[in-house]
Ligand binder design. Structure first.
Ligand code: PA5
Length: 480
């Protein structure tokens, strides 16, 4: 069997994600920056966090950290994907939040930007991928309307198996397909990804005989992208799963060091924490690559839902968390950047830089007589984008605006695997610093339960009464 490129140490050495945080330090951003002493003071704390995470992992409390090593899951994903690939032209994910964003991020990062528009031959006989993560009736109807249903497979993804949006999408599409194709054919068009034992979706998979994959126990939605939740959609569109997981394992090895100076997850968590303490409550993540916009969205959900917490582990009110915001360079230089440069001093900006794109596009010197255009001639779009990122980082620093850069040598499954794993560990490493549990989401659960009440689900009558018996809206605060 031929050697995979990620097994070649020389290739791997050129694929290591780097972290540059010079522009966080007072030498470069003045008094808004951190002093070397501030970081050093936190070093023992970060080593303790490292130890705490290692213990939690040993206890099995951080099950997502084992996902890159789950070869059985990979085999199951392939087994489910294989027969689908024989007939499926459209692969639709029905899921929301952590059950949707990872698949979309992988697709966007690792497939051609026009992937869905290509014909089957150009997609190497692979389906288009659609992630339907909303129940907006016009959007949902419109998306289904455009699909060749006979050739469409639906992957219903829900860890809990009880999320109203996903279950509603499922029953709607199942009914639609039964009506159009008949019961037997409709049944063949569904695959379920859910808890191995619990929940309605697991029951349905058994009852209706749908093929199914499992979200390992202890892996919550937002940490599940490297489980079948993200892997099945990725397999369907031809992403190299082994390389993706190899990238994550590579990062796992790198994160073994307890010294923040060598461990990018500890270092990032420390920076994010120290700046949050200085009231930088907004965490901007700004890839300079359109393909990474979905990764930024995925990270925003991961960060927000994991760390935005009312109570700490002792039950005290702490109102923890910083607000993640996604921007994309160079596009948002003409939108958000003005605010980042001159608005309130409440942001920390993380750039995602790509050193080498797959394409190198030269800018022709078409109008040499025009000074305002001539200077671009002979450069590349690559060089222009790089210059824009460099200029933005520099100018932000000059204006006393801290920023840092995560540098990907290129975008491929190996570097994306590293990035995913790194950002997941950064998130759980930030949690002990804030004193919160990164794995629950009581605020989201509250909203889910009130919705159940409003929709008449038995057992949630109290939630319905609470809203119905609350004070009615006052006319004086309405404008019609
Ligand atoms: O990250 C999370 O836990 C959430 O965003 C969930 O993924 C989301 O609420 C959907 O839940 P489920 O996968 O149970 O349908």
């Amino acid at each position: 069997m031929s050697k995979k490129r990620y097994e070649d140490p020389k290739w791997v050495a050129g694929q290591v994600i780097g972290l540059d945080y010079n522009n966080c330090m007072s030498e470069f951003v003045g008094e808004q920056g951190l002093s070397a002493a501030e970081l050093e003071d936190l070093a023992p704390g970060m080593a303790a966090v490292h130890q705490e995470l290692a213990e939690a992992r040993r206890r099995g409390d951080l099950a997502f950290m084992e996902l890159p090593y789950q070869t059985a899951a990979l085999a199951n994903v392939r087994q489910v994907a294989k027969p689908l690939l024989e007939w499926c032209w459209e692969f639709v994910v029905l899921g929301i939040g952590g059950s949707a964003l990872g698949a979309r991020a992988l697709h966007q990062a690792l497939c051609h930007p026009q992937y869905n528009r290509f014909n089957m031959a150009r997609r190497h006989h692979r389906p288009a991928l659609w992630v339907l993560d909303n129940i907006d009736p016009d959007n949902f109807h419109g998306m289904l309307d455009g699909l060749e249903l006979r050739r469409t497979a639906f992957n219903v993804i829900s860890k809990s198996g009880s999320t109203a949006e996903t279950l509603a999408q499922f029953v709607f599409t199942y009914q639609l397909l039964k009506g159009r194709l008949g019961e037997a054919k409709a049944r063949e068009r569904f695959v379920v990804t859910t808890d191995p034992e619990k929940g309605n979706l697991r029951r349905l998979a058994v009852q209706e005989g749908f093929p199914s994959l499992m979200v390992p126990p202890g892996v919550g939605g937002r940490f599940s992208v490297l489980s079948p939740v993200g892997l099945l959609p990725a397999a369907m569109v031809g992403i190299d799963l082994e390389e993706l997981l190899a990238g994550a394992r590579f990062m796992d090895e790198r994160l073994k060091s307890p010294a923040y100076q060598d461990n990018p997850a500890l270092c990032l968590a420390a920076l994010y924490y120290l700046f949050a303490r200085k009231s930088r409550n907004i965490l901007v993540i700004m890839p300079y690559a359109s393909a990474l916009a979905g990764m930024a969205d995925w990270f925003c959900q991961l960060w927000a839902e994991s760390l935005g917490k009312r109570q700490d582990l002792q039950g005290r009110e702490v109102w923890a968390g910083t607000t993640p915001v996604r921007a994309v360079g160079a596009t948002d230089q003409h939108s958000q950047l003005q605010l980042y440069m001159e608005g309130p001093q409440d942001k920390l900006i993380t750039f995602l830089e790509v050193e080498k794109f797959h394409n190198r596009l030269e800018i022709p010197d078409l109008f040499p007589e025009m000074e305002g255009l001539h200077y671009l001639g002979g450069h590349t779009l690559n060089g222009l984008l790089e210059a824009e990122q460099k200029a933005t980082a520099f100018n932000l620093a000059k204006a006393g605006r801290p920023n840092l850069t995560l540098r990907l040598p290129e975008i491929n499954a190996f570097t994306i695997g590293q990035l995913i794993y790194l950002l997941e560990v950064v998130t759980v490493a930030a949690a002990p610093l804030l004193g919160v549990n990164p794995l629950d989401q009581p605020g989201v659960e509250g909203g889910k339960q009130t919705t159940y009440g409003l929709m008449g689900r038995p057992g949630f009558e109290a939630q319905r009464r609470e809203i119905e018996e609350g004070p009615p809206p006052l006319e004086k605060y309405r404008i019609f």
